[in-house]
Design a protein around this ligand. Structure first.
Ligand code: SF4
Ligand code: FES
Length: 239
């Protein structure tokens, strides 16, 4: 199908989003909570663009909006810059020490936080939730919108002690270092917004290196019906 982005006619397949189509056409749109291998979350609102409907330009998020034939999109305007600046300022107000957020802020000409909010490591982008669910398949992280049961609390993300396998994919995905991982001897410690989790690491039978959590290896063995003996050695010693 054909659509227009910034007055340029762009071809895009059905099922793509405006962000995909713009990227394919070499048009840059800033993102934070988007990852090409995961379903879009639409949480950070940094990818704001405008589409024309009934003659009026309306703000939408490019990472979640599907392409349509004849759609008219613009990726820069005063309203778009204002929306992106507000999105970054809100993030910066909570995480003023995040390099990733500062990188985005500088590109929008922001030199200092406009205001300060209660500082939080987690900006609720849900990248960890989607990574754990879609890339790992463990579904160990849940987005809690309003606290549990009858208690009203701030939204948060919560790691399940039972389901988490300690693979560290969430720490890798997190843009603000709200999840960190540290291996010390035979123990891996995962610091998450909902608390600390500890995992026993497996030792390689040949080189003696601790190389993955036992829980992660058991998960892989069970999921793919593999021989446990395969995991007695680390990938380096297997080659
Ligand atoms: S822990 Fe990190 S990845 Fe997960 S929602 Fe918070 S900021 Fe995003
Ligand atoms: S990248 Fe689109 S809302 Fe975050």
């Amino acid at each position: 199908m054909k659509l227009k982005i910034d007055d340029k006619v762009v071809e895009a397949e059905q099922g793509l989003t405006i962000l995909n189509a713009a990227n394919q056409a070499g048009i840059d749109i800033p993102t934070l909570c988007y990852h090409e291998s995961l379903t879009p979350g639409g949480a950070c609102r940094l990818c704001a663009v405008e589409i024309r409907t009934n003659g009026k330009w309306n703000l939408i998020t490019a990472c979640t909006y599907p392409v349509e034939p004849g759609l008219e999109v613009r990726t820069s305007s005063e309203k778009i810059t204002e929306a992106r600046r507000l999105a970054v300022e809100l993030l910066l107000a909570q995480r003023p020490h995040s390099d990733r957020i500062w990188e985005l802020a500088r590109k929008l000409g922001i030199k200092e936080p406009a205001f300060v909010l209660k500082q939080k490591e987690c900006i609720l982008c849900e990248l960890c939730v989607r990574t754990c669910r879609e890339a790992v398949g463990a579904e160990a992280i849940t987005f809690i919108a309003q606290g549990k049961g009858r208690y009203i609390a701030e939204p948060s993300v919560e790691h399940s002690v039972v389901k988490c396998i300690g693979c560290d994919s969430c720490a890798y995905a997190c843009p603000t270092e709200a999840i960190t991982v540290k291996d010390t001897g035979d123990t891996r410690t995962l610091n998450t917004p909902s608390g600390k989790l500890e995992f026993k690491l497996k030792k390689c039978k040949i080189c003696g290196k601790y190389w993955a959590t036992e829980k992660e290896l058991n998960y892989i063995i069970e999921k793919w019906h593999l021989e446990p003996a395969l995991f007695e050695t680390c990938p380096d010693c297997r080659e």
